[in-house]
Write a protein that binds this ligand. Structure first.
Ligand SMILES: Cc1cc2nc3c(=O)[nH]c(=O)nc-3n(C[C@H](O)[C@H](O)[C@H](O)COP(=O)(O)OP(=O)(O)OC[C@H]3O[C@@H](n4cnc5c(N)ncnc54)[C@H](O)[C@@H]3O)c2cc1C
Ligand code: FES
Length: 268
């Protein structure tokens, strides 16, 4: 819904030196994959995925990357921010054997998804990847869900060596197999850097999937056209950020370019 809400920060967890989780005491009507638009009243409003949502609280997990997120990092428990949402499409909830593939700060939204999938009766396997151990997040929380988890780091400092996609390739049996096991999944979900999802698309084969996309967003409600993807013109803030395999396969800009605030194309 597009109603603006001013909320007090209830809890802050420092996940790494540049990633924090902010929790708010508010019953948000949200589904896994959806996002909120958040402002700190000091300039700008930015999209953030929902990393957890219960009957009484919800959380976002934020990477400090520029001016806005640095200001957010300086907030304390009891400070106020203002939000709109939840917005956008959500992940399909399967009841079958599913694989979740995540990378970096985009992994936490898969935590919210994993909880809902488990409730629906799905068998969940997660690949939780990061570049290095100090950037690897949510391992403790996923462990408590009692799902099958494979942690990985590009530099071999934690879990399996390699990217999330390297691990997925082994798991899906297209390369030398992990522990000599070939896994069959009914559905794959991914949330991470776009080039990770582009590489993942090549190893998925015939399995159905959904990917969560991030594009520059301004209005968050489908008016400005800033977040559309070529050539379908899908507005990621309304028809996305979660897109089906059918839509992803038609996107000519996927893994090639995105747009900045002015609409100028930026090559990946
Ligand atoms: C659907 C969606 C979900 C997101 N979920 C998360 C999340 O859970 N955690 C998280 O840390 N980040 C998330 N982001 C990205 C987050 O919005 C940006 O990191 C943030 O806006 C950066 O602002 P800044 O001023 O700190 O950095 P800037 O210096 O302004 O920008 C740094 C980079 O952040 C991205 N960015 C900046 N402004 C926007 C914008 N208005 N919309 C989209 N991307 C932008 C651009 O790639 C830019 O290059 C999400 C983005 C989208 C579209
Ligand atoms: S951000 Fe304006 S249409 Fe999507």
């Amino acid at each position: 819904m597009d109603k603006r809400l001013t909320l007090k920060i209830d809890k802050i967890v420092e996940e790494t030196t540049n990633i924090k989780t902010f929790t708010f005491k508010h019953k948000l009507d949200a589904k896994p994959g959806q996002f909120i638009m958040l402002t700190d009243f000091e300039g700008g409003e930015k999209p953030f995925s929902i990393s957890n949502c219960t009957k009484a609280k919800f959380s976002i997990t934020v990477k400090k990357i520029g001016d806005f997120t640095t200001r957010l990092f300086n907030k304390c428990v009891g400070d106020y921010v203002s939000i709109r949402g939840a917005f956008g499409s959500s992940f399909f909830i399967s009841k079958n054997k599913v694989l979740l593939v995540g990378g970096g700060y985009a992994v936490p939204t898969l935590y919210f998804l994993a909880k809902v999938l488990l409730k629906a009766g799905a068998h969940v396997t997660l690949i939780n990847g990061a570049r290095t151990k100090s950037e690897h997040i949510f391992a403790d929380r996923f462990k408590k869900l009692h799902i099958d988890v494979i942690n990985s780091t590009d530099d071999d400092s934690f879990g399996e060596k390699g990217t999330s996609v390297d691990v997925a390739r082994k798991l899906l049996g297209l390369r030398p197999k992990l522990g000599n096991q070939k896994h069959d999944f009914d559905f794959i979900y991914a949330s991470g850097p776009e080039m990770m999802m582009k590489a993942l698309q090549d190893v998925i084969g015939e399995i159905d999937y959904e990917f969560l996309f991030e594009r520059y967003m301004k209005c968050g409600i489908g008016i400005c056209g800033g977040c559309t993807m070529d050539p379908l013109g899908v507005r990621l803030c309304v028809e996305g950020p979660v897109l089906s395999k059918k839509k992803v396969e038609q996107l000519t800009e996927f893994g090639k370019y995105h747009r900045d605030a002015s609409g100028k194309r930026i090559t990946f």
